[in-house]
Design a protein around this ligand. Structure first.
Ligand SMILES: Nc1ncnc2c1ncn2[C@@H]1O[C@H](COP(=O)(O)OP(=O)(O)OP(=O)(O)O)[C@@H](O)[C@H]1O
Ligand SMILES: [Mg+2]
Ligand SMILES: [Zn+2]
Length: 418
């Protein structure tokens, strides 16, 4: 992509509508625009990040043996009445009527829909366990939509649901999902902790939340400085105590952003909805369920909360909208412009995620924008071209290296791919 054509309207000033840094930076860097409270359009850069998050989630869920489906967002009231949640869910549920006065809602979560699907498809213990997931838009009429993508009224979620013939099978899949979530957030280079949680409206049994650590996070936790263990600040323990899990770390107060939530649901939905299977003895039993969510947009916002500086976003490379920005210092200098264009073409050829800043602007302006957007590597084609060298600057460390012009594509393939 060429910067001169990219629809990324950057702002010099902090937008007044934003309170937290991720929201400010996403607006300033031209990633998102607000349509109404808690409802956002993703511009090209924002959509690229959202897709990177979703693709890592998808790859790891597939690896874990889950199968992707796509359920509707327009859901008939009858299903929700079966579980009593049509009343229970209250005002957070967006409710609508069709032309025949039939009631529907816009899906805030999909336990009812998936349970309906499975009760009509799976009959025998031999067909269990299964884990089905989707990556899809959810609707919740939050009391206080705020902080941009962090708490929207329309937002992208990965939600997975597993069905089992026994508690042991659920326990095994729950562990599998726990490990999958660790792999997902590790791959995104995020620092996180896992907290035992209050199951809230969805839950029946045990649940844990994955919290990305961030100074301005909504949740207060006591986190180990050595392993992934944490507990909610509301629970018993106090700061400075040794970690009960690893024994070597110390617990201290931190803030986090809930990005993922895994639940052991048990038979809460399957019993009410008669989602039954026949066991080895031909006995009919309710299936035992688990469910597993990740906020896709919220994860992107949390990544920014954890990774930013005075100049803008510092994307963990796996989530960056582009990994490389090729910047000719002065596009009026023919050799610089042509070399930059050549490097850009070669990067594309190699399948690298590259942006060419071909704008006829001062170098300072271009560097500012690229830093604001948070691109991990700047490839600057400037004065050192006279000595056959290209400057590569890392966003995170500010470290600069001079690379031979002929070796630049190899270097980028090794350090800025994937
Ligand atoms: N309004 C929202 N906007 C963006 N992401 C959300 C929102 N609500 C939930 N999520 C994301 O979806 C995931 C799964 O949804 P879940 O129902 O467990 O959330 P929740 O417990 O209601 O979250 P919260 O306590 O923050 O309201 C959450 O871990 C979070 O990452
Ligand atoms: Mg909620
Ligand atoms: Zn520990």
């Amino acid at each position: 992509m060429k910067m001169s054509q990219l629809v990324a309207p950057t702002l010099r000033e902090d937008p007044s509508e934003a309170e937290v840094v991720s929201h400010k930076l996403m607006l300033r860097a031209g990633f998102i625009r607000r349509l109404s409270a808690g409802v956002y359009t993703f511009l090209p850069l924002g959509f690229r990040v959202l897709s990177k998050v979703a693709n890592i989630v998808r790859a790891e869920m597939t690896r874990a043996g889950a199968q992707e489906v796509l359920m509707p967002t327009l859901l008939p009231a009858e299903l929700w009445q079966e579980t009593g949640r049509w009343e229970m869910y209250g005002k957070e549920l967006f409710r609508i009527k069709d032309r025949h006065d039939r009631e529907f809602c816009l899906g805030p979560t999909h336990e009812e829909v998936i349970t309906d699907l499975v009760r009509n498809t799976i009959r025998s213990y031999k067909q269990l366990p299964v884990n089905l997931y989707q990556i899809q838009t959810k609707f919740r009429d939050e009391i206080r939509p705020r902080f941009g993508l962090m708490r929207g009224r329309e937002f992208m979620m990965k939600d997975a649901y597993s069905f089992h013939a026994s508690e042991e099978s659920l326990a095994k899949e729950y562990q599998n999902m726990y490990q999958t979530y660790c792999r997902i957030f590790d791959r995104m280079d995020l620092k996180y902790r896992v907290v035992e949680a209050d199951p809230g409206l969805i839950g029946g049994g045990f649940s844990e939340e994955f919290m990305v650590l961030a100074e301005e996070g909504e949740e207060e936790i006591l986190a180990c400085d050595n392993c992934s263990f944490a507990i909610s600040w509301k629970s018993f323990s106090s700061e400075g105590e040794p970690c009960p899990k690893c024994g070597t770390g110390i617990l201290s107060k931190k803030r986090g952003i809930e990005v993922g939530h895994i639940f052991k649901l048990g038979t809460k939905y399957s019993a009410k909805m008669k989602c039954l299977f026949l066991d080895e003895n031909n006995q009919e039993k309710p299936m035992i369920m688990g469910c597993y969510g990740i906020g896709v947009g919220r994860t992107a916002a949390a990544a920014i909360e954890q990774n930013n500086d005075k100049d803008g976003i510092v994307w963990p490379a796996p989530l960056a909208p582009f990994k490389i920005a090729v910047i000719p210092a002065n596009v009026a200098e023919k050799e610089q412009a042509e070399t930059a264009e050549k490097i850009y073409r070669d990067c594309l050829e190699q399948g690298l995620d590259v942006l060419l800043d071909d704008r006829d602007d001062r170098m300072g302006v271009k560097l500012k924008d690229v830093d604001l957007i948070g691109i991990p590597f700047k490839v600057i084609v400037g004065k050192s071209l006279k000595e056959g060298k290209i400057e590569v600057k890392a966003r995170k460390t500010g470290e600069t290296q001079l690379i031979e012009k002929d070796k630049i594509i190899d270097w980028l393939s090794q350090n800025a791919s994937g």
